[in-house]
Design a protein around this ligand. Structure first.
Ligand code: PLP
Length: 468
């Protein structure tokens, strides 16, 4: 008898948090309960989730920015079903799989054929691990540069390039010779490169933590500086790539950036099967896979798995055919314009920035005395707590899912599916305006909730658990 998955889901519905408390991560289960995110979802379509009581939610977080195509995209789902029905031979290992060849060619085409070979991974962090290895092998140099506030994943190599000390705490020593430099600072980069022992500068074109966008020309000039100093320029497009910012890659906003390695992941999965891809220059590739006895010197059992390749191909097709990047640009502009229009009325909003549908809303110290008192109190309790005053009521009062993104910077991040509609934008903006109205009342209910949360033991680090 095959596993009756429908029956299994129905008979255990609602046990989610108990199971997680007992077997997976009791701390995270507690965090979710504390901030009121402990819903039990039973159905999903596009940007919507439904809980087991039939309530509808608007997901503007998209599973750490993975759900660019929306949940359960019908065409991607159909491709997977059709493929499963083929009984196709997967993971032969000693063959050259057709599907990964096709997806590699497609990815090269989408990235203007800048790079020559593609290594597939099962996640973003694995892509960064590959980039670190390839860069060291290709240059024979030991050091890797990374930016302040960088996030490249949490496996040991990627963690060595993490711009936030609290992530690294308890796991050190990590990789040697990983050097942090300021983001968006060409002089600092040049100085670091001038030691001539740098294998690569690995950088996000828009930082996920804080949605930090570099100055125009920074990425192009950074690539040129790396070339001049014999170092590789690696762009981590794990979050920004595959259409998120309204172009296939975020570096495409700058025209002629010339990277040696590009890492993508997240959206390529279609939200179904984990996958990542590392696109590299021929010279880099040949230095790693340099002879027959090194033909699989970097590899992993599940890389280029058939289901991942099918979702990758189907996701790229959906992205193109449904004009999702154009839509991301239009919807992103509506959101940013909408929030900018609210700015004069809501002094806590200090900035809204983004590209396509990767948007950060930053909050800053208010001028009026009563709000300033509340603001200072919350920041004194916990320097990272404030954005929850936006994220929690958006969820509680409006069933809109967003996330906190940044350390010691008050930013709420939006990374909804790229195919959201004007109606979804209206839902979000109406909800956001209502939350802003309430937040600008002190004393008021939101500040009461924040005070309680600030006192709660778990809030020592609440945001770590709810951001990516
Ligand atoms: N790089 C960036 C820019 C990311 O945003 C992330 C994840 O959020 C990663 C790498 C790590 O990807 P993964 O979580 O798939 O390992």
């Amino acid at each position: 008898m095959p596993l009756d998955i429908k029956q299994l889901l129905q008979s255990h519905q609602g046990r989610n948090y108990d199971l997680h408390r007992d077997h997976i991560n009791p701390v995270f289960a507690r965090v979710l309960k504390t901030i009121g995110f402990d819903h039990v979802y039973g159905k999903a379509q596009g940007p919507y989730l439904w809980d087991n009581r039939g309530n509808k939610y608007l997901d503007f977080m998209g599973g750490w920015a993975v759900l660019s195509m929306g949940r359960n995209h019908p065409a991607i789902k159909q491709a997977l079903i059709d493929f499963l029905n083929e009984d196709y031979p997967s993971i032969v290992a000693f063959d050259a799989p057709l599907l990964s060849g096709l997806l590699a060619a497609e990815l090269k085409k989408k990235t203007a054929n800048r790079l020559d070979y593609v290594f597939f991974t099962n996640s973003g962090t694995e892509g960064i691990e590959a980039a670190i290895k390839f860069a060291k092998c290709s240059t024979g140099r030991p050091a890797i540069l990374f930016a302040e506030k960088a996030f490249h994943g949490l496996s040991s190599g990627s963690l060595s390039l993490n711009g936030e000390a609290s992530f690294r705490k308890g796991f050190e020593p990590l990789l040697p010779e990983c050097r942090m430099i300021p983001f968006n600072d060409l002089a600092a980069l040049e100085q670091a490169l001038s030691k001539r022992d740098v294998a690569a500068f690995i950088v996000e074109p828009i930082q996920g933590k804080g949605v930090n966008i570099p100055s125009p020309g920074y990425l192009r000039e950074a690539a040129a500086l790396c070339r001049r100093h014999g170092s590789l320029f690696v762009v981590d497009e794990v979050q920004t790539g595959v259409g998120r910012t309204g172009k296939f890659l975020a570096i495409d906003h700058e025209g002629d950036v010339d990277p040696d390695i590009i890492v993508v992941s997240k959206a390529l999965s279609g939200g179904y099967v984990p996958v990542g891809a590392v696109l590299t220059r021929r010279k880099v590739w040949e230095s790693v896979f340099s002879s027959m006895d090194r033909a699989i010197v970097h590899s992993s059992t599940f890389h280029q798995g058939s289901l991942a390749m099918v979702t990758g191909l189907a996701s790229l097709k959906a992205l193109e055919e449904e004009n999702m990047m154009e839509n991301a640009n239009r919807m992103g502009k509506l959101i940013i314009d909408g929030i900018n229009a609210m700015k004069p009325r809501f002094e806590l909003i200090s900035d809204v920035r983004g590209r396509g549908l990767m948007i950060g809303i930053e909050f800053g110290r208010p001028k009026s005395l009563s709000l300033r008192t509340a603001w200072s109190l919350i920041h004194k309790m916990n320097a990272d707590l404030f954005p929850q005053a936006v994220v929690i009521p958006l969820m509680d009062d409006h069933r809109v899912i967003t996330q906190v993104a940044g350390h010691h910077i008050d930013v709420v991040k939006l990374t909804p599916p790229l195919n959201i509609t004007q109606e979804d934008v209206r839902w979000f903006l109406t909800a956001f305006e209502d939350v802003m109205r309430k937040l600008h009342q002190f004393p008021g209910p939101i500040w009461e909730v924040m005070k309680k949360l600030g006192k709660h033991a778990v809030t020592k680090r609440p945001r770590e658990a709810v951001e990516a």
